[in-house]
Design a protein around this ligand. Sequence first.
Ligand SMILES: [Ca+2]
Length: 308
Amino acid sequence: MTSCLTAVAAAVISFLVSNSASALGEPTKQHPRGMVRIPGGSFTMGTDDGYPYEAPAHRVKVRTFYVDRHEVTVAEFARFVKVTKYKTEAERFGWSGVFDTRQQIWTKCDGATWRRPDGPRKPAPKQDEPVTQVSWNDAQAFAKWAGKRLPTEAEWEYAARGGKDVLYPWGNEVSPGGRMMGNWWQGSFPEDDTGKDRYKGRAPVGKFKPNGYGLFDMGGNAWEWCQDWFAEDTYAKSPGIDPRGPKTGEERVIRGGSWMCSLNYCRGFRVSARSHSSPDTGLNNMGFRCAWSAPGRTARTSGTPVKR
Ligand SMILES: [Ca+2]
């Protein structure tokens, strides 16, 4: 891995056995409140100026869809759990991956769950923080319950760009005029996070200016699960219209970077940045947001199509 998700994390976590999501209750929402309509169109996905697996830059067309205005929060996930009694994979396994900022390494942390993402002896997260320590399978379960689905990787990048050909969700400068535009790691990773953006670790959602589509935290805060399987050569094989990635794989795409991403390391908060993780992995810098398509426009990636 070339991102903030280190090989240590991969080695610790990859041997876990995937489990399918639990049976869930009926969707409770039929209208995409809290979602933003993203008008369909064409854009240039990827870049020829990043890591090799971000290339080639290529034209992609996506259909109109909706996406959550902000990352799914702890409070929102708690409502899902309260209704469904859902147990996340980290809860069932008894441990999850936590980046220890003092030791500067990924650790296998007993008792780390979405309720205590940094470990059982660390403070509980704020209710308006992005929920983390949720696996792709957990995120799928939430999305299905909510009558939504995860965004495809192409939808995610299209949304992150905010209708513009930009390097970051907020523009081409990382901190225009010295202004911090997202929650990432200032200073040298992993030695020192200066917290110039006011947050060391996760920030409540919506604390920074939204992008051109009105979406918050598309760069930084928490990595976000996408629907697609990950492959380094995905773009070379893109069908060009509503691409959905490889048919099979071992890891799922994550996008957007996190509070751990720095300029000296992965710069995961660039709109073209890609990373990946196995579907049963939870980490304290990885969450998600959901997407939704109008009936009749849903396709293979749909969770539960919503009827009006
Ligand atoms: Ca920060």
